[in-house]
Design a protein around this ligand. Structure first.
Ligand SMILES: NC(=O)c1ccc[n+]([C@@H]2O[C@H](COP(=O)([O-])OP(=O)(O)OC[C@H]3O[C@@H](n4cnc5c(N)ncnc54)[C@H](OP(=O)(O)O)[C@@H]3O)[C@@H](O)[C@H]2O)c1
Length: 273
């Protein structure tokens, strides 16, 4: 079956889809005929994205809400079931970037990064699970290269994303016989929305500084996410850096440690503290 045919009329929920990678994924899957459910906390951004999808004739349901609040997650899943009486795919994409050395990271910053990136995916998956088992559908977690190792200067972000690997691995075994697909995708540097904000060590949000690394387009990342669902892939790592990292961790772990020590030294010059 072609990918377009596969997604036609599937009910797909993409958390954090008012902007960025989530929005590009909503557009792609909507253009493949999926009924897309979009989410974000900022109502104006969500509304703007809704209008954009509407203009493209994409069937779309708006779900304003904060994934770090378990009651709101339950409410969003209930709303989807009320509207469509089924759920085929959950893409746990909502996430924030954060930086800060462990010694500087405020407790509130830990609460936010783990609450959104990890617990947001846990709550949403928990409430979506019975419906996804019924449809023999897919749960996908959006991780990052910092989700494969403890990244100096980004311990909170790494913890929040490495937790997703543990969850995906456990679910892949626990739920195999239920016919549910669980996948995780480790995304490399990707083009950001203009004015993207990230969490600083003191728990406030400020603009992400310009990143010099080569970046993938959001549309290419969306295509890779679609392939993970369509091919029912367990784990995919994007970008050349990601592939080198995977290879290095397996065969040359000492070299990866050297690179991380350099990243630790460079950290202080990267962010406006
Ligand atoms: N961009 C990269 O280079 C990169 C690299 C690797 C991995 N990733 C991962 O890819 C995912 C998307 O990143 P992105 O760069 O596309 O981010 P983005 O442009 O900042 O968009 C994030 C989306 O998530 C929503 N969101 C944030 N916190 C939320 C919450 N608590 N509840 C509900 N929605 C929330 C935002 O809307 P509101 O703010 O209105 O809530 C927005 O729609 C993240 O999980 C990120 O960790 C990104």
């Amino acid at each position: 079956m072609e990918m377009k045919e596969f997604f036609k009329d599937k009910v797909v929920f993409i958390t954090g889809s008012s902007k960025g990678i989530g929005k590009a994924t909503a557009i792609l899957l909507g253009q493949h005929g999926a009924k897309v459910c979009i989410n974000g906390r900022n109502i104006a951004s969500l509304e703007e994205t809704y209008r954009e999808l509407e203009k493209k004739n994409i069937t779309c349901l708006r779900l304003p809400g904060d994934v770090s609040d378990s009651n709101q997650c339950r409410g969003m899943i209930d709303r989807i079931i009320k509207e469509y009486d089924r759920l085929d795919v959950l893409i746990n994409n909502a996430g924030i970037g954060s930086h800060g050395k462990f010694s500087d990271l405020a407790v509130d910053a830990w609460d936010q990064v783990v609450g959104i990136n990890l617990m947001g995916s846990v709550y949403m998956s928990k409430y979506a699970l019975p419906h996804l088992i019924k449809s023999k559908g897919s749960i996908v977690f959006i991780s990052t290269l910092a989700g494969k190792l403890g990244m100096p200067g980004h311990s909170g972000y790494s913890v929040s994303k490495m937790g997703l690997s543990a969850l995906a691995q456990a679910m892949q075994i626990e739920l195999k016989d239920e016919g549910l697909h669980t996948g995780i995708i480790y995304v490399g540097f990707t083009e950001n929305e203009e004015n993207k904000q990230i969490l600083y060590p003191d728990g406030t949000y400020r603009k992400l500084p310009e990143r010099k690394q080569k970046k993938a387009s959001r549309e290419d990342v969306a295509k890779a996410i679609a392939r993970v669902v369509y091919k029912r892939k367990k784990s995919v790592t994007l970008s050349t850096v990601g592939k080198l990292q995977t290879y290095g961790l397996r065969f040359f772990p000492f070299m990866v440690k050297m690179i991380l020590r350099k990243a630790n030294r460079d950290y202080d010059t990267m962010y406006d503290q």
